[in-house]
Design a binder for this molecule. Structure first.
Ligand SMILES: Cc1ncc(COP(=O)(O)O)c(C=O)c1O
Length: 417
């Protein structure tokens, strides 16, 4: 019998009997998403916005519908505010590229990010700053790895052009107050870019309420396929900016005028989606969004909160397990990172794998955060989604208990506990 009613839609769980606790890296896909892509690829596939024949028009419509659904999913004003990219990383990189290309960031300007960021929301800003001689200022984290955005008011200046904030941390699950950060940033005239990779799949998002200027997220973390990500941007900003990449599909018309090429760009989003886009993936993303709506985002969040509380209760009862992240579970989504004594996180990961439990182990693309909280070797991370249930958490806890009883994994020469 299934412990939750959605679980049976996920073949990787039902057919492989694993406790999949790595959804922060990538979620599993329900049959509905898999079938929608299979059917589209087999019977309805053609390139989009390039053909006048029926199948191409239908494919174009399906691709446009994916923009509409993504817009509705995050409360955007219009589908024209939705740009499809490869993933969150590319979406954030696109914003940095846009701001550089349009000379919005200049020498001596400032970009503010926190020490808790995933590299996808750190490296594009470091590189953008390097390119023009701007400065990156880093918001500190406290002992729990929580970014202290309350320091923003003192750090920000009239030279601050961008504040880039991770909505939910991929290590601690901590949810930052984007609305408040946006208020402070906008008072100083800075743009706000939100990395929503870990929040959009797990909680109800309303970009208009949030107030930020850009938001990035990935299809593969929200039941959809890999290969598609979303950049949302306020329409008035997107319309003003020239794209950093040109190519097929981005223009209304290209003219040759007295030996010079002149470009008349399309409107957003097409001017930003250069080349053949992720068409089959967009169909999968639409189905993933429909699935999440059927479950209800409030329900998704509630279910994960319950699992997080259960996991924290079970793991904190195990001697030798050191939990990472905020104690206040109300500010946390379904991510529980930890270490077991001084055992190398990858060895714990391998041990858990041999017990049918799939977790992530390592530095989770957040090296600075791990260094700041004194966990230089990284951590083990269990993360939940709507298909998980208490039994998965219990399997994790039992396997860890056994590891601790044995004094470490078989490969360890002396007890690392
Ligand atoms: C907070 C955060 N930002 C960005 C990313 C990058 O996402 P993607 O690999 O889909 O580009 C991740 C991925 O784990 C993440 O957790």
């Amino acid at each position: 019998m299934s412990c939750n009613k959605w679980r049976s839609d996920f073949p990787e769980i039902t057919q492989r009997n694993i406790a999949y606790l790595d959804s922060a890296a990538s979620s599993l896909k329900p049959v509905q998403v898999i079938e929608s892509m299979k059917e589209f690829a087999a019977l309805s596939y053609a390139n989009v916005h390039r053909g006048v024949y029926k199948v191409s028009m239908e494919a174009s419509r399906a691709y446009e519908e994916a923009h509409e659904l993504a817009a509705k999913f995050i409360g955007a004003r219009s589908w024209e505010e939705i740009v499809f990219t490869k993933n969150t990383t590319e979406a954030l990189q696109l914003v940095a590229g846009l701001l550089l290309w349009n000379r919005y960031i200049d020498k001596e300007d400032e970009i503010i990010v926190s020490k808790a960021e995933h590299h996808s929301n750190l490296l594009p800003w470091v590189r953008a700053a390097e390119a023009v001689g701007a400065k990156v200022k880093l918001v500190p984290v406290n002992k729990e790895g929580v970014p202290m955005w309350e320091a923003l008011g003192e750090m920000i200046s009239k030279r601050t052009k961008v504040v880039a904030i991770g909505h939910a941390s991929n290590v601690t699950g901590y949810v930052s107050d984007v609305k408040e950060v946006t208020k402070v940033a906008h008072e100083s005239g800075a743009l706000v870019v939100v990395d929503g990779a870990q929040s959009v799949p797990h909680m109800k998002i309303d970009v208009r309420e949030m107030g930020a200027d850009f938001l990035a997220f990935s299809g593969h973390k929200m039941l959809g396929p890999s290969g598609i990500g979303v950049l949302w941007g306020k329409q008035e900003i997107l319309e003003e900016l020239e794209p950093p990449f040109g190519g097929g599909g981005t223009v209304e018309r290209v003219f040759l005028e007295e030996g010079r090429v002149r470009i008349a760009w399309h409107r957003s989003p097409w001017k930003f989606e250069a080349g053949t886009p992720p068409i089959i993936e967009a169909v999968g993303l639409s189905e993933a969004i429909r699935y999440l709506w059927r479950v209800g985002m409030e329900q998704v969040e509630a279910l994960e909160r319950e699992l997080t509380e259960h996991a924290v209760r079970r793991l904190s009862a195990l001697e030798g397990v050191r939990l990472i992240g905020p104690k206040d579970l109300q500010r946390k989504l379904g991510i529980v990172a930890f270490n077991v004594g001084s055992i190398e996180p990858s060895l714990v990961g391998l041990w858990l794998d041999s017990h049918g439990v799939a977790v992530r182990a390592g530095l989770h693309c957040a090296h600075v955060l791990h260094d700041e909280i004194g966990e230089r070797q990284g951590s083990v991370r269990a993360s939940f989604y709507l298909y998980n249930c208490r039994e998965d958490v219990d399997r994790l806890a039992f396997a860890l208990e056994e590891l601790i009883k044995k004094g470490g994994p078989p490969a360890a020469t002396s007890s690392p506990l």
